[in-house]
Design a binder for this molecule. Structure first.
Ligand code: AMP
Length: 590
């Protein structure tokens, strides 16, 4: 077993008694992975022995790993959808869990374009809080003095909805920030935010961001760390500052609050924070009015020791931009979590982005791993994964997901005690992602098919396509390259029709994409770039010249490799953008 020797001992120099307890807990959990996992499975199965789901597969109250693995199938969301629909429609019988389902957590992607609805039980909040409580004690080992200032964290809630049966459906972070676990968290000098709860909990993304940025500017000297959940969120905040600094500086100079901020609770709490400060207003104006925004983060917040944002997986595309704005500050990706379950944390958070590995905490759920190289050999347990191998993550949760395929591919990079550490490799099937949206190949194909119906009356069809997540500008946007077959050049599709095709594609994409476009405004209008005839053949020639097999060549449905992008862009004959926002409401489609 490769033990990670780069880590300082977690018990070396805790910053406080509380930290010491948290670090001891991590040590205990990571030393006893196998037995903790057995206990977790036993707990989940014994509590839920009488649920319809476990009875359906004849578990008969068994709680051991062997019987569980032999009777319960490995499933995807689609397999569970009929049962989930029943719960959404108001069936309160114990289908998955003996405990009542308290809400649904929404996340990207079902084939019908709707959010997935992951069942949650109330006590899940305790597990989430527990994982959060481990993050600062680990960080304090690497960065001393974080109790001497504050964290500027841009945190947001998103609109919620109700299912026909009356259960709330909302993203996991919206659920957490609205819980008492977050709202009435005890004061912790190591974890003080500049953003007031009132600003974080405001559903209007402009007002929320405005108030959070204003507080961040006012408390600029106290800020020791700057962050958001995902890298894309922090870049949105920088972009927001770029567009709104004049109004922010005006408010700081006059001690007034922009009339666009109409939320009563934000107005009330900002009253206590805002005082006229001409010097600070001038500073903000001087820094923001220059064209060069390189190192803007450390220019405005000079005491920042690190950025805290997830920069693994789809977020890796934002690393260079963040380096530019922060002058190369360390970027800490502290945790790995999902709507289904919070998984684990990074025990070496100040490591290089390419070295980030997450230690899955064995108390969070029961974890199994499908080896990518040899799926037929079966699933292995958390304590049995091997260094260097890649696996798909499968979870069994307290809320009642049993052997559920999360869709993440992870590679084992080492161990901390007996606990494996995983590098996030990718999400299975996801082609395009700007922030929390995840668009897979089937969704893209479906959107292309819907949009190309508009070309029918022009006797035109899409012969080939590929896509690209363009994040060079903020907000990023989807770019779709189309090669068209125009059969009647006297009647080729007009610019307007191709713009409508962009909109039609957006209408067909999943609700997280549309929410990001409409409510969060974190994704820009979808773009279609029409390329010359023969471009995709050139693409194939290029791939073959680099060693691809001509028999097995498939058009990549998403591209990012620079020479390929250059080839495609050099063949573009027209560009088209979605002319307006797609349809989106928080309501679930029936
Ligand atoms: P959701 O269920 O919509 O909250 O999305 C959860 C998914 O986001 C995970 O299954 C991962 O694919 C991705 N994700 C979450 N945390 C990380 C991380 N630290 N690094 C890379 N991807 C992550």
């Amino acid at each position: 077993m490769a033990v990670d020797s780069n880590l300082p001992s977690l018990l070396a120099a805790p910053a406080s008694d509380k930290d010491s307890k948290a670090l001891q807990f991590i040590e205990e959990m990571t030393k006893t992975v196998g037995s903790v996992q057995q206990r977790v499975l036993r707990e989940i199965l014994s509590r839920n022995a009488e649920t319809e789901y476990l009875e359906r597969f004849g578990l008969n109250g068994a709680t051991d790993q062997e019987t569980f693995k032999s009777r319960i199938p490995v499933v995807t969301y689609e397999d569970l959808q009929p049962d989930i629909k029943r719960i959404a429609n108001g069936d309160k019988s114990p289908i998955f869990s003996a405990q009542p389902i308290s809400e649904f957590l929404t996340s990207s992607g079902t084939s019908a374009g709707e959010s997935k609805l992951m069942p949650a039980i109330h006590e899940d909040l305790d597990r989430r809080q527990l994982l959060y409580s481990l993050l600062m004690p680990v960080m304090n080992l690497y960065v001393p003095g974080l109790d001497k200032g504050k964290g500027l964290y841009f945190l947001f809630v998103k609109p919620s909805t109700k299912t026909p049966g009356g259960l709330l459906a909302r993203p996991v972070l919206t659920s957490y920030y609205n819980s008492d676990h977050f709202k009435t968290r005890p004061y912790d000098p190591f974890n003080v935010y500049t953003s007031p709860n009132e600003a974080i909990l405001c559903m209007d993304s402009f007002q929320s961001m405005y108030a959070q940025m204003l507080c961040g500017l006012i408390m600029r000297d106290e800020v020791l760390r700057v962050g958001a959940v995902f890298a894309s969120g922090l870049l949105r905040a920088i972009h927001f500052l770029q567009t709104n600094w004049k109004e922010l500086a005006h408010d700081i100079g006059n001690g007034t609050l922009n009339p666009k901020i109409t939320d009563a609770s934000i107005r009330k709490c900002m009253k206590k924070i805002l005082k006229p400060n001409a010097e600070l207003a001038e500073f903000v104006t001087n820094e923001c009015s220059v064209e060069n925004w390189e190192r803007i983060i450390v220019r405005i917040w000079p005491n920042t020791k690190y950025l805290e944002v997830i920069i693994t997986g789809a977020m890796a595309q934002y690393i260079p931009t963040l380096e530019y704005y922060s002058g190369g500050l360390p970027m800490a990706s502290t945790m790995y979590a999902s709507s289904e379950c919070y998984f684990g944390l990074n025990l070496n958070p100040m490591c290089k982005p390419s070295e980030v590995a997450y230690t899955i905490m064995p108390n969070m759920a029961y974890f199994e791993f499908l080896p990518l190289e040899s799926p037929a050999s079966g699933l292995v347990d958390l304590s049995d994964v091997e260094v260097g191998k890649e696996y798909e993550l499968i979870v069994t949760t307290y809320a009642g997901l049993y052997r559920y395929r999360v869709g993440d591919i992870l590679r084992v990079t080492g161990f901390h005690n007996a606990a494996p550490q995983f590098r996030f490799i990718k999400r299975k099937n996801v082609l395009l992602s700007i922030e929390t949206d995840k668009t897979d190949e089937a969704e893209l194909q479906n959107a292309i098919e819907k949009a190309s119906l508009l070309l029918k009356e022009f006797n035109t069809s899409v012969v080939e396509y590929t896509s690209y997540a363009d994040t060079k500008q903020i907000p990023g946007h989807y770019v779709i390259y189309w090669e068209l077959l125009v059969k009647d050049s006297a009647n080729s599709p007009t610019d307007d029709v191709l713009n409508q095709c962009c909109l039609q594609m957006e209408e067909s994409l999943n609700s997280v994409y549309r929410r990001s476009r409409v409510a969060d405004k974190s994704i820009g209008p979808l773009e279609i770039r029409v390329v010359q005839n023969g471009t995709f053949e050139e693409l194939m020639d290029y791939a073959i010249s680099r060693g691809a097999s001509i028999n097995q060549y498939k058009v990549p449905r998403c591209v990012s490799f620079t020479p390929i992008m250059e080839l495609l862009d050099s063949r573009v004959i027209s560009k088209h953008f979605s002319p307006c926002l797609p349809h989106w409401t928080p309501e679930l489609r029936r």
